[in-house]
Design a protein around this ligand. Structure first.
Ligand SMILES: Nc1ncnc2c1ncn2[C@@H]1O[C@H](COP(=O)(O)OP(=O)(O)OP(=O)(O)O)[C@@H](O)[C@H]1O
Ligand SMILES: [Mg+2]
Length: 610
């Protein structure tokens, strides 16, 4: 129930939708019930049970006003018509009113469904946006721990499930409940005795359905979990199609897919089995009760023990047969909503996830970078038991370049991730111009930095948008940046120049071209601090020269932390830190490090020059 009302609250302001919805459904139900109660006069006419004396009695009552009950009003006018036009006239009158009331009932039904649809659409759109915007605020580490497909399916299919089930329960919860109440009132007004007899069944079926529902929720959770694994698998497969084909791994992937698909199938089947049980159960219960009423009520009528007329009794049965439908709809909606609730919980869980890296209250806004970044005895671990960085200290002064080198997995990229505060150190601290990174806003910190990552991160968009990337740069500025990045020429050679769309993750470009676009993006941002994670993928000499040139231009007059895989890049760095297994093992300038006899750097250097 808590989940449900939280989900509903995404359609704020609720009142604006719910009030007209409830109102129109109420009116629709009133006319819906009226249809059936009108059967009584109709049947009475057919069975010749209307006599002039009774009609006169109705007419002797005072003329109906707004306060009189609908039955009174109806009887009065019915009698009037009867007196004036006779039986056929009365028949026409009743039929006319039936048609009118069906018409009105359906007009209002339509209006209420429209309200419901717009309510639903709004709720789901807000929910989807909220979950997406909350998710992109989360810390980077969250995304390496969660499977992407899991996140995607929460934002797509889970939200969809919520939409379906909320809409169903909402319409059942209002429209059907009104209808049910209306019918019950009508039934009670015809015969209290029979109705009490019928109502006994409700707690019986209620208990049964409640047990079903609990089981169904577990199935639904299992099902959604399986579905997200499927989406993850799809994402990984389509993203890595080249490797899948190259290694002839289609069979392997297909097996994995089958396994997940089978799990999903079982969950869905078990859910459906239970769900489908609800409806035949309530139907059998309903018919059994009708039979009971026929027996009990029929014997009352036949033995003349009750003042129930045959016409009333038939109308009673007719209305009662209608009760089962909303009752069934309510129980179906209730059981169907379990899927939606399970999904809703998954969505809310994502919304409630707290970012491990957050601006603290009263965080200061950094001014322009003016002095130094100081990394002081920093240790870091992704998972508690395996430290990745141990006691790292260095200072990056304005205008200088520090290079990180070392063997793969040593922790270089991790150090680079700490500077823009993608992660917080486990111990130690990092200060920028004397301010601890945890005391300033992330936005003002990151605004100072340009980041070129180990893999070029591009989006399926135009080259222009990939370089401008959210900034309001003009075409001239983008072109200038591309020129400095040695990218202008190849961009102009593309079919649509800067407006060429580059495919998923820039798949239509070469590795070196992708890198130069990433560099152009950083040049355009023109940040005082640069963090470069040099790509490991080997480029041919020509391409490497272009990229290298672009990088050198990017680095001029900036403060740079560069992770270098080619030692040629860093011969002019002001300090080189050699990182191995999370520690700085050597530090100094290029020639100083080369002069160390048993040095790590010297070994790296001889390996590369072979
Ligand atoms: N998101 C992560 N979660 C857990 N462990 C991680 C994560 N990212 C990296 N690691 C681990 O941290 C260690 C350091 O990784 P890092 O990426 O910093 O190495 P690197 O020096 O940049 O290596 P390379 O030269 O290959 O790029 C590795 O042992 C790696 O397995
Ligand atoms: Mg790395």
């Amino acid at each position: 129930m808590k989940t449900y009302s939280r989900l509903l609250s995404f359609a704020r302001p609720l009142g604006r939708f719910l009030t007209p919805f409830v109102l129109t459904s109420l009116i629709a139900s009133v006319f819906g019930v009226l249809n059936f109660t009108l059967l009584i006069p109709l049947l009475s006419i057919l069975f010749e049970q209307v006599d002039a004396k009774k009609m006169q009695a109705f007419l002797n009552q005072p003329a109906p006003s707004i306060t009189s009950s609908p039955t009174e009003a109806f009887n009065y006018y019915f009698a009037q018509v009867f007196q004036e036009y006779g039986k056929i006239g009365a028949l026409q009158f009743v039929c006319g009113i039936i048609v009118l009331s069906v018409l009105l009932s359906n007009v209002f039904k339509y209006l209420s469904v429209r309200q419901l649809e717009s309510f639903k659409a709004r709720m789901v759109a807000t929910l989807r946006e909220t979950v997406f915007s909350r998710t992109i605020q989360l810390h980077l580490g969250f995304f390496s721990n969660e499977r992407k497909g899991n996140l995607m399916s929460r934002i797509t299919t889970d939200v969809q499930e919520v939409e379906n089930s909320i809409a169903n329960t909402l319409s059942a919860g209002s429209k059907e409940v009104f209808l049910l109440l209306g019918y019950i009132i009508a039934l009670l007004s015809i015969s209290v005795k029979l109705t009490l007899f019928a109502i006994i069944v409700i707690p019986l079926s209620g208990g049964f359905i409640a047990t079903l529902v609990r089981r169904m929720k577990r199935d639904a959770q299992e099902g959604q979990q399986r579905l997200s694994s499927l989406v993850s698998l799809l994402d990984e497969t389509f993203g890595g199609m080249r490797v899948v084909k190259g290694f002839v791994a289609e069979g392997f992937i297909l097996d994995k897919f089958r396994q997940e698909n089978e799990g999903y199938r079982q969950a869905v089947r078990s859910l459906a089995n239970r769900r489908e049980l609800a409806s035949p159960f309530s139907e059998v219960m309903g018919v059994a009760v009708v039979a009971g009423i026929l027996l009990y009520g029929g014997s009352l009528v036949l033995s003349g023990q009750s003042d129930l007329t045959a016409a009333q009794f038939i109308a009673y049965i007719a209305i009662f047969s209608q009760v089962t439908r909303p009752a069934k709809d309510i129980s179906n909606a209730f059981s169907g909503s379990q899927r939606g609730l399970a999904s809703g919980e998954r969505v809310l869980e994502l919304i409630d996830t707290q970012s491990a890296v957050q601006d603290k209250p009263g965080a200061v806004t950094l001014g322009k970078f003016s002095d130094r970044i100081a990394v002081q005895s920093v240790s870091f671990a992704y998972n508690e038991d395996t430290p990745v960085l141990r006691d790292i200290s260095f200072e990056l002064t304005k205008g200088k370049t520090i290079a990180l080198v070392g063997s793969s997995g040593g922790g270089k990229s991790t150090i680079a991730d700490l500077i823009p505060r993608f992660y917080d150190p486990t111990s130690g601290q990092i200060r920028i111009d004397g301010v601890d990174l945890r005391d300033c806003t992330m936005a003002s910190l990151r605004a100072q930095m340009g980041i070129v990552t180990q893999e070029s991160i591009l989006f399926n968009d135009t080259i222009f948008n990939n370089i401008a990337f959210g900034s309001k740069a003009t075409e001239a500025e983008v072109m200038e940046a591309a020129r400095i990045a040695n990218a202008h020429e190849f961009i102009m050679a593309q079919p649509d120049g800067y407006q060429t769309v580059i495919g998923d993750r820039g798949g239509k470009l070469s590795g070196g071209q992708r890198q130069r676009i990433s560099i152009a993006r950083a040049i355009l941002k023109n940040p005082p601090i640069l963090i470069l994670d040099e790509a490991t993928s080997a480029l041919d000499t020509e391409s490497e020269k272009l990229v290298q040139e672009a990088l050198t231009r990017l680095m001029t007059n900036r403060t740079t932390l560069v992770i270098a895989h080619r030692l040629s890049t860093i011969q002019h760095a002001d300090e080189i830190l050699v990182v191995n297994q999370g520690r700085i093992v050597e530090r100094g300038r290029h020639d100083e490090l080369l002069s160390l006899d048993e040095g790590f750097y010297r070994k790296l250097s001889t390996m590369q020059s072979v």
